[in-house]
Design a protein around this ligand. Structure first.
Ligand SMILES: Nc1ncnc2c1ncn2[C@@H]1O[C@H](COP(=O)(O)OP(=O)(O)OP(=O)(O)O)[C@@H](O)[C@H]1O
Length: 922
């Protein structure tokens, strides 16, 4: 039955039977492991327990497998160093541990629960996370930064203040009222560390914490970490991608800068590291050096570490001479960080090395500037030595390579077991063993094996001779020894299935629990932070509030008004040459039938602000138009007045010649539709007014001069509508909508890209909380924007407002909300601000064109008319136009459709955002 269970029929041949036997063994072993009642409990007792973790990025044929059956066990109360080359997956593993990414398969237990599950506290206040990037608000002071993260952790203000004082002191930070952006890189990293330490979490995860921190401070940080792990309540995981140990493998790290002679003697150190970070320190060092060296003389060896910008160019020579003069040690190591080399430049570096050589006392540890990696690597030696010392013998180091944990032991144990002087050697040997497992026939591997003495394999985790067995054993062998599992493709593996993992612990399943995604202290912290950010960026806020006002001002001044000062060339043959010379056409009022042409032309000037230029003949007038000096040429015959009178008096009996002579001859420049339509209208309307005026003056019925159409009082709008009134609704909504898009997506992307969002999420803030806090904050901004825009439009420029102002306000606010949620979608969908700008711009232009803002939808291509009905601004624009121009209320479909449409869009954008936040991680 057992054989059947393992898929081998009882009648199989002998070879198969042998295999079946081994399967039986395996099954028996598996049962043994499964039956261990303590397995699940043991896992949950660890601070972190990872079993058979698989994680890959990208799909397709060549996925990037980052974690490949990884196991990791971090006991509570320990300091765990996660070491591995750059890009080996440390950050990925940490983000899975803190619940920000999901494994493709495998299990993670953190502090007894599954990260991301309700009630686990992970992500949340049980974790202190210091990411690789600074991830802080540059505009906030250190105190404000710590206050914000303290509030997130629901700490009382007094506790936050106490802890802040303690941490500022511990981390040697300047007075807490300095803005984070004004701190040095190293100081910023220390603030970042302070944030992680602030709420005294149970699990502290520090991703490369001591980069940019001088040796003095590193020591105090390490002391603190050792202190907090002592009582077993706090566990620390630290990553670094520098694998090696220093050449002098037993170097003891001590702070010497300020340490008096007696202290050095009492500590009894035999090697020392001296480090400093900035120019002033270097210069100070150079001056004080002779005295310091007296103390340092106690040490047989000194490592001299420098990360100063001008260390080489300004002070190095002097310092080195001083060192050289006072110190006759066998070896004085000189390590310089990559940044110093890079900034000083290779030539200076070369010069400095020359000085060192000339002095002939130094042993240059580094292989100098040619290999920046080596420089970086050497810089980190001090860290790793501290890591080792800080962890003591109880701590563990996990060596990560190729998605697997090569080993997980105390540094001393590893060095002893592999007979290695440094962890780098251990790592190298383990890498060779790993390669042997994968590529036994590889000549390259053989070569390496020949050169590197591989110790007898005593750790079954590294025995790759039976990969399947290794995989089976992995993770079940015991929780205190973690072993690497065999390489196996998580998807395509045909190897026997691993034993089933224990079921997950029961989590609260009530709907209320699941809905309980908002916590008041989180919202309080977020809203406080958002408003603080606004206060710190008054210039930006003034711009944000002022920009829509400026835009509406520009719109009201620039758009929709009738063009004035249009030039007309007039060939009026009723005028004498002298009159043309003087550009004077005499106007006679009353029932006077002389020079009527002048009376008409005068009305054009006075009523329509046209500018007339009198010319001698028709061709001259046309030429003016051809040369672009006039929009139209008017020709009036020499007998214009008499012909017009005769035409009016004789009516249908008037002769053709009379009718033609009374016509106003017009040739226009029709190239500009707006201007020519306006001229066309004004020339005619002015003529009707002119005839009407004469008829009135002569006591005749003015209606006789009109076309037989009676233009009664309009039902909606005015007889003389303007384009401003037509375009204003769409323009107001567009301004509010797109400014909300820009502000919201900008704010969210800045947070995300600078790592603040990630940090907040790890601290336990949820996506909906961030959204709600942004909505609250942006709402106040949008409210002020809307108020100013409406005041400018309807109070100062008196745009037509017939309907209910509150409906207008409500629609504008909904529209701003819609822009805000669209901004959320953009910030979730894209990664950079530049892409966000492209998306915003890409959506702005089509919306302006298609939503009936600058041209009536009725004039669009029929298919577009259907499409445009579904866009966010179409119905609201129609709705606002109806409220403003027609005074319609919510009972009218044209109005309420706008409200419904925009509300639906708000809901759609919100849902998309929440889904993206939920499913886009990892
Ligand atoms: N979001 C992502 N999408 C695709 N690939 C990713 C993503 N994040 C990381 N990777 C890849 O996964 C691998 C592991 O990256 P990770 O950042 O975890 O390494 P690391 O060990 O922390 O490196 P370092 O020490 O340099 O910080 C790298 O090859 C990286 O290119």
């Amino acid at each position: 039955m057992e054989a059947e269970a393992d898929g081998v029929p009882p009648t199989a041949p002998v070879a198969a039977a042998t295999a079946a036997n081994s399967d039986l063994d395996l099954a028996a072993r598996r049962r043994l492991f499964i039956s261990q009642p303590s397995t699940l409990a043991t896992r949950r007792q660890q601070a972190v327990c990872v079993r058979r973790a698989h994680k890959m990025y990208g799909g397709g044929k060549i996925p990037n497998i980052v974690l490949d059956g990884l196991n990791m066990t971090v006991p509570k109360g320990s300091i765990y160093g996660l070491l591995g080359a750059s890009g080996c997956g440390k950050t990925t593993l940490l983000s899975c541990i803190v619940g920000r990414r999901r494994l493709n398969s495998g299990e993670i237990w953190v502090l007894g629960g599954r990260p991301g599950s309700p009630g686990s506290g992970v992500p949340g206040p049980r974790i202190g996370y210091m990411p690789q990037e600074i991830a802080l608000y540059g505009e906030f002071t250190m105190r404000e930064t710590l206050m914000y993260f303290g509030l997130i952790s629901a700490m009382p203000r007094s506790d936050i203040e106490d802890r802040t004082e303690f941490l500022l002191k511990l981390l040697n930070l300047p007075h807490g009222s300095k803005n984070v952006k004004n701190l040095s890189g190293g100081q910023q990293r220390r603030v970042s560390l302070a944030v992680a330490l602030l709420h005294e979490p149970e699990l502290l995860i520090l991703d490369e914490p001591t980069v940019g921190v001088d040796p003095v401070l590193r020591q105090s940080i390490w002391n603190h970490l050792v202190e907090i792990t002592k009582n077993g309540h706090t566990t620390v995981i630290i990553t670094t991608h520098y694998i090696d140990e220093c050449a002098q493998a037993h170097m003891t790290q001590k702070l010497l800068m300020c340490m008096p002679n007696e202290a050095i003697q009492s500590v009894g150190i035999d090697e020392a590291a001296v480090g400093f970070e900035d120019v002033s320190q270097v210069l100070g060092w150079a001056v004080k050096f002779s005295r310091q060296l007296e103390w340092l003389d106690q040490c047989p060896q000194v490592a001299f570490y420098c990360d100063a910008l001008y260390a080489w160019s300004c002070a190095a020579e002097k310092s080195i001479n001083l060192i050289s003069a006072r110190c006759d040690k066998a070896a004085l190591g000189l390590a310089v960080s990559v940044s110093a080399w890079e900034r000083v430049g290779v030539s200076n570096a070369g010069q400095s090395i020359k000085v060192l050589n000339d002095n002939n006392r130094m042993c240059i540890i580094l292989s100098l500037y040619k290999d920046l990696e080596t420089l970086a690597h050497n810089k980190q030696r001090i860290d790793n030595a501290q890591l080792r010392r800080g962890m003591g013998e109880g701590g563990k180091i996990g060596l990560l390579r190729g998605g697997k944990m090569l080993a997980e032991e105390s540094p001393t144990y590893l060095r002893q077991q592999y007979n290695a002087e440094s962890l780098e050697d251990v790592f190298l040997k383990l890498s060779v063993i790993q390669n042997m497992g994968k590529r036994r026939r590889s000549s390259i591997a053989q070569e390496i094996v020949e050169q590197v003495t591989v110790p007898a394999i005593s750790n079954p985790a590294l025995d790759m001779s039976d990969e399947q067995h290794a995989a089976e054993i992995s993770g079940e062998f015991g929780d205190n020894i973690s072993m690497s599992s065999a390489a196996r493709d998580p998807i395509s593996s045909t190897a026997p299935a691993a034993p089933p993992l224990p079921p997950a612990e029961d989590m609260p399943t009530s709907i209320w629990y699941k809905l309980h995604v908002m916590q008041s202290h989180h919202l309080h912290a977020l809203i406080w932070k958002n408003f603080l950010w606004m206060m710190r960026n008054v210039g930006i806020m003034l711009f944000i509030v002022g920009l829509p006002v400026l835009q509406i001002l520009l719109f009201c001044y620039a758009i929709g008004h009738d063009p004035t000062g249009l030039k007309l060339a007039v060939a009026n043959h009723e005028m004498s040459e002298e009159m043309i010379m003087q550009q004077l056409c005499p106007v006679r009022s009353g029932c006077n039938q002389t020079m009527l042409s002048c009376r008409y032309l005068d009305m054009l000037v006075k009523n329509k602000s046209m500018v007339l230029k009198y010319v001698n003949d028709d061709e001259d007038a046309y030429e003016e138009v051809r040369r672009g000096r006039a929009w139209a040429a008017l020709v009036l015959q020499s007998n214009y007045t008499s012909s017009l009178v005769e035409r009016v008096e004789e009516g249908r009996y008037a002769e053709d010649a009379t009718v033609e002579a009374s016509d106003l001859g017009v040739r226009m420049d029709w190239s500009n539709q707006q201007i020519s339509t306006l001229l066309y209208r004004d020339l005619q309307y002015t003529f009707f007014n002119f005839v009407e005026a004469i008829l009135i003056d002569c006591n005749l019925n003015p209606k006789l001069g009109r076309v037989p159409v009676e233009w009664k009082q309009p039902i909606y709008g005015y007889r003389d509508p303007n384009f401003t009134d037509f375009a204003a609704p769409g323009v107001i909504l567009t301004i509010i909508f797109f400014l909300s898009v820009a502000i919201t997506s900008g704010a969210m992307l800045i947070e995300r890209n600078e790592g603040m969002l990630e940090r907040c999420l790890v601290a336990g803030i949820t996506g909906p909380e961030i959204l709600l806090s942004q909505v609250v904050t942006q709402f106040t901004v949008m409210l002020s924007q809307t108020t100013f825009v409406l005041i400018v439009s309807f109070y100062f420029f008196e745009l037509t407002l017939v309907g209910d102002l509150w409906l207008v306000v409500a629609l504008c606010i909904l529209n701003g909300l819609c822009g805000m949620t669209f901004g959320f979608v953009i910030s979730c969908a894209v990664d950079t601000e530049r892409t966000a700008t492209y998306v915003a711009m890409g959506s702005f232009l089509p919306m302006v064109m298609l939503c009936g803002i600058i041209w009536p939808i009725e004039g669009m291509y029929p298919l577009l008319q259907i499409v445009t009905a579904f866009l966010p601004l179409t119905k609201p624009t129609e709705s606002l136009r109806s409220i403003l121009q027609r005074g319609w209320g919510m009972d009218n479909p044209s109005v309420y459709n706008g409200f419904i449409s925009i509300s639906l869009w708000v809901a759609v954008f919100l849902i998309i955002t929440i889904l993206m936040i939920k499913f886009k991680k990892g």
